[in-house]
Ligand binder design. Structure first.
Ligand SMILES: N[C@@H](CCC(=O)N[C@@H](CS)C(=O)NCC(=O)O)C(=O)O
Length: 221
């Protein structure tokens, strides 16, 4: 098989690419990365020097492709399917790329910082200021998203594509990290409905089913 995705089933950024692979029914091998194992980490660093998942290896072309948005671009180029992740129309393309950046930078990254604080070793010190700041960034982003979704769109930018692949894991875990007394759906009902539409896609259901045995390891507050 030409393609191998080096990933972990619980990793939100890996989901972004998995959704794309499943949307277009692209054949690939799923190689589980275990960064907790010194040998596994060392092997993964040879593919991904920054240590970030996922990494896509294409043996056919002898290419290692990093960064989720770039990987989906690469799939459009080399393994095209019915779902085009970045539209050919350049004016639609920059809009899709904007929403992809929006979800990565303003939803996914603050959510990651909140989760990272939960799993930080006790002797490493917690970062309550950083966590508060991350919740505030998330709220700003979700307020903005909520306004955009008020026009009744199904997907973020035209047809389902890159922006929606980015949105799903970011919103899924952004929902999970909210305090029980302030649930995501109470504050951002349109964003929750968008997340539910995303979760109804077969590609996403497959990703969630594969992650399900690992959800027990997701750190509670
Ligand atoms: N900008 C990167 C972000 C990837 C990323 O943050 N991956 C996380 C998993 S969700 C990771 O590898 N974390 C491991 C670490 O930081 O040690 C992308 O889009 O590929």
């Amino acid at each position: 098989m030409s393609l191998t995705l080096h990933a972990h089933p619980l990793s939100s950024f890996c989901w972004k690419v998995l959704i794309g692979l499943y949307e277009n029914d692209i054949a690939f091998e799923n190689a589980m990365v275990n960064l907790g194992d010194p040998a596994g980490r060392a092997a993964f660093l040879t593919l991904s020097p920054m240590g970030k998942m996922p990494a896509l290896r294409d043996e056919l072309r002898d290419e290692t492709v990093l960064e989720t948005s770039v990987i989906l671009d690469y799939l459009d180029l080399r393994y095209p399917g019915p779902v085009r992740f970045v539209p050919r129309d350049p004016d639609l393309a920059w809009k899709v790329r904007f929403w992809d950046r929006f979800f990565d930078h303003y939803v996914h990254h603050p959510m990651q910082r909140i989760v990272a604080d939960r799993i930080r070793p006790a002797d490493a010190g917690k970062d309550p200021y950083g966590v508060r700041e991350s919740y505030a960034q998330l709220a700003t982003a979700c307020d903005h998203l909520e306004k955009q979704l008020a026009d009744g769109r199904d997907w973020m930018c035209g047809d389902f594509g890159l922006a929606d692949c980015a949105a799903m894991p970011a919103l899924f875990y952004a929902d999970k990290v909210q305090a029980p007394e302030a649930p995501f759906g109470d504050r951002w009902p349109l964003s929750l409905a968008y997340l539910e539409r995303l979760k109804a896609r077969p590609s996403v259901q497959r990703v969630l089913a594969e992650a399900e045995p690992f959800f027990q390891y997701f750190p509670a507050a």
